[in-house]
Write a protein that binds this ligand. Structure first.
Ligand code: G6P
Length: 608
């Protein structure tokens, strides 16, 4: 949720830390802070409520030439957003930045209070800082003090720690919250997310859970919490600067929506060859016999990843006869007492690969012996490492908090999995080849929607931007699309939006229709067209302000139409979804919202 950064080298640390923080701001953005340390042991601590820009204002009045320091951008868990609660936290000579949650912080606080510690903030991080300070009294070594403190901690953390006596080192540790160290020439970088390191270095080390490291100008040494030395495994960061820039778009959200023809292509590359009827995910190493044996697919995710699972579940069910599919919200599944059918395979879906609830489900499913396959975007992330095998969706950095390109590619990847299952199980070759062909054509079809609809959707949004409520209605494969559309709208426009299966309209939501509502109706020209059209007519009869998103050329009674042209029969919801992505974007813009960093949200939810 929050972002951690650090630097030790020859450059001006303030500049590096602030650049890194700006890159991580999408992860959390209610307060920010940096601490730098001079060779003469003098620390400068700067913190501000609000976005990194508020910190930049403060830093410009307090410039230092220090060449080491740590920083943080926060999304509040313990304690309201305020300067007092912002990181880095300081106790004595110890400074700490922390992502995650210390679950037993109350207990530790009581113990520390007994040893005369007092606290200035409401945070668990300050308690951890005090605990490290307390341990330092015994150990007189920061690494040893951090190790001793973490042995007493229950919870999740990624931390960077500085002691003012030691301007030559930053101590880092991780458990359940990502931490990456970037190695340069005579300099070392720290970040909780690879995007902060882009342009500085390509040589990176992903810490594993339970590892503690000492970062100096000349590199990194690692050990476990039990003080056993660990080899440093250096990997190459594939991300480039372009991936984290807006490239001429006003917002990352719009850039990422327009990125989709390219990113879907990246998901399909080498995996789908329509001419040869080929669709296979190389990362999922299952023989046809193993695929044939699968009877149940359990898809697990949160937020947009969950809706991607819903969308894909319809496609997988359409393609197969003897496979059931369940789609689970990770934060519910993890506390439920559920039965797992024999021959189940789980698809663990996550853009960030760090979502705490999804990760917890993965660990539990593994414990119960279920084969877990990842559908992940962030390379090297925890979920990507923990799954039995899996695929990356390869959409690159997704910076906008509202997820768009990841959704489309998650659905595409899971649809390929559906094709693999269907082919192994001997489903209709005709149907399989229709899906394969549509997957291959998806980048072009999305481009067509973007090229032909962008302007129109912008003007539609202007017309509806002052409404307070929205109902999204879809039937069959369009129901998940409606759910994802409603989520997008509420995330960025703050308009109350609900999605309903079209057939449920009469069971409640139709009572809501009035002049404060508009309705988005997804209407595909297929075997269910007449039924869905009747729902629209029923709504119109009650004074609906309906916007119909459709691929039909037939006349439709609706206040507003968004008509796309496509040859698709199966993947049409993904095209309608591009329309609702654009619609949400322009609605947010028209209402003057912060499109890329909507209030109260965070990109990566690493706490429960
Ligand atoms: C947060 C993000 C959403 C995302 C969800 C799941 O709520 O704001 O955009 O869909 O987490 O994240 P994941 O990284 O697991 O896909």
């Amino acid at each position: 949720m929050c972002g951690i950064v650090g630097y030790i080298g020859e450059k001006t640390a303030q500049d590096v830390l602030i650049t890194e923080l700006k890159r991580l701001e999408y992860r959390g953005y209610d307060s920010a802070g940096i601490m730098t340390l001079s060779p003469q042991h003098s620390a400068t601590l700067l913190r501000a409520k609000g976005k990194v820009s508020a910190l930049v204002d403060i830093a410009s009045a307090h410039t230092t030439t220090d060449t080491m320091g740590i920083g943080h951008t926060r999304w509040a868990t313990h304690g309201a957003p305020s300067e007092r609660n912002a990181h880095p936290h300081q106790v004595g000579n110890i400074y700490v930045v922390h992502n995650g949650i210390i679950e037993n912080y109350q207990e530790l606080k009581t113990m520390l209070a007994y040893h005369d510690y007092t606290f200035k903030s409401d945070t668990d991080t300050e308690v951890l800082t005090a605990l490290i300070d307390y341990m330092y009294r015994e150990t007189h070594d920061t690494l040893a003090a951090v190790t001793a403190a973490l042995k007493m901690v229950v919870g999740a953390y990624g931390i960077a720690v500085v002691h003012t006596d030691n301007p030559d080192e930053i101590i880092v540790a991780r458990k359940g919250s990502p931490l990456i160290v970037g190695l340069g020439e005579g300099e070392t970088y720290i970040a909780s997310d690879a995007s902060a390191l882009v342009g500085y270095t390509k040589q990176v080390v992903y810490l594993h859970d339970g590892e503690i490291g000492r970062c100096t100008k000349s590199g990194l040494t690692l050990q476990t919490i039990q003080s056993k030395a660990v080899d440093v495994h250096v990997e190459t960061l594939e991300m480039d600067l372009q991936a984290i820039q807006k490239q001429g778009f006003d917002h990352f959200l719009l850039k990422e929506i327009f990125d989709q023809p390219r990113t879907v292509q990246a998901t399909l590359a080498g995996r789908v060859i329509p001419d040869q009827g080929y669709a296979r995910l190389g990362g999922i190493n299952l023989s046809d016999d193993q695929l044939r044996a699968i009877k149940h697919v359990m898809i697990v995710g949160c937020g947009t990843a969950y809706f991607a699972g819903m969308q894909a579940s319809y496609f997988i069910e359409q393609m197969t006869d003897d496979v059931t599919v369940s789609v689970e919200i990770a934060s519910e599944l993890r506390y439920r007492s559920y039965n797992i059918p024999d021959h189940t395979v789980a698809l663990i879906v996550s853009q960030s690969g760090e979502t705490a609830d999804t990760l917890a489900c993965l660990m539990e499913l593994k414990r119960r012996g279920v084969l877990c396959l990842g559908v992940v975007n962030a390379v090297g992330s925890t979920i990507a490492r923990e799954v039995d095998s899996g695929v990356y969706v390869h959409v690159g950095a997704e910076i906008s908090v509202a997820s768009t390109k990841a959704f489309t590619s998650q659905v595409a990847a899971m649809t390929i999995f559906g094709v693999m299952l269907a082919a192994a199980k001997g489903s209709s070759p005709q149907l399989i080849s229709e899906f394969v062909n549509e997957l291959g054509a998806l980048p072009g079809e999305i481009k067509n929607v973007l090229d032909t609809q962008n302007q129109h959707i912008q003007s539609v949004a202007q017309q509806y931007a002052s409404y307070d409520h929205a109902l999204y209605i879809g039937r069959d494969t369009l129901y998940p699309a409606a759910m994802e559309g409603a989520l997008k709208l509420k995330e960025v426009s703050y308009i109350h939006a609900e999605a309903y299966a079209a057939g449920e309209l009469k069971h409640g939501p139709i009572a809501l229709i009035d002049d404060r509502f508009f309705e988005i109706c997804y209407l595909q020209d297929n075997w269910l067209y007449e039924k869905s059209q009747s729902n629209l007519i029923e709504m119109n009869a009650r004074g609906a302000h309906a916007i119909v998103i459709t691929d039909t050329i037939k006349d439709i009674p609706a206040e507003t139409m968004v008509r796309i042209t496509t040859k698709f029969e199966h993947l049409t919801p993904l095209l309608f979804n591009v329309v609702s992505q654009l619609f949400a974007y322009y609605m947010a813009l028209a209402r003057g919202n912060d499109v890329d960093q909507p209030r109260n949200l965070a990109k990566s939810v690493t706490v429960e």
